[in-house]
Write a protein that binds this ligand. Sequence first.
Ligand code: TXA
Ligand code: MG
Length: 322
Amino acid sequence: MKTLVSREIEKAVSLLTKGEIIAIPTETVYGLAGNIYDEEAIRSIFLMKGRPFYNPLIVHIADQSKLESLVSNIPQKALLLADKFWPGPMTLVLKKKDVVPDLITAGKDTVAIRMPEHPLTLELLKQLDFPIAAPSANPFGRISPTKAEHVMEYFNGKLKMILDGGVCSKGIESTIIGFEGEQAVIYRLGSLSKEEIEKVVGSVDVKNKAENNPAAPGMLSRHYAPKTPFLIVKNTVDYCLANQGKQIAILEFRASDHYLENENVVRYILSGTGSFQEAASNLYKSLHDLDKLGVDVIICELLPDQDLGRTINDRLRRAAKS
Ligand code: TXA
Ligand code: MG
């Protein structure tokens, strides 16, 4: 007898093969998935997200042997990283072969590829005879979804299927790594920390550009944004004291003793124990939840700039850009 899960995967395979778009779970965030070789499907992904066509998509594969059919000139460091971190929250930007459609790469001669670590999506990818492109399943600029309900709220009725894989364990997008000569460069901070990467390939540069689009520097820096005004402050207690009467939600890294008991103030603690990993996995969920409270402002302090604190700070800064 087929299990519920295998029937869901079968349905997902059938829809994707017919050129439909579905939402899929990954360990980072949910994605809007389509066949990379189906131009119409890929166009509808861009349109559904409201994403500009100059912003390229990530190609998802299930096994490393696919890599050679999609890219050429794989640097030694890329192979080391793939061996160590795939499947996992790491995307490699490599020279593309002609088979990869220009629509996917926005005309660039490189393609971004990753092998996600989610059992449902890995199984799905194994059963497909094409790779899938999957940007995060949120309208352009909004907070990325970390559970099926978030996707439903964004795209209710517009998707034939949301493959429900529960809550994303990592909760922040993959780290994107490219190569400039032999040097590994981080193009987007993500769920895999700089420190972890450096253990494998030595020192890396961080060029965390606005959506990696040199043609439009700074244009896309506001991202991952709640609708409620969002502020980074030096000290949350001082802010509350200076803004009494405002309804304030505080996003806090760890439970601090300096807290103002006040009926106008609610707080959300990202990690009781001060774990960067736990804080990262709770970040988007907390922004989704706080955005629904109807407060006047959400405030937070930056985290220590190390490990995944660096990634969380990047997302906080983008959410706070106006
Ligand atoms: O964790 C993730 O990576 C999620 C899940 C669904 O896999 N996907 C994701 O996709 O975050 P998206 O489309 O939201 O972000 C893709 C990023 C964009 O910033 C894009 O500019 C960059 O990848 N990108 C794609 N191709 C690139 C390339 N050839 N060179 C540089 N950056 C590239
Ligand atoms: Mg995204």
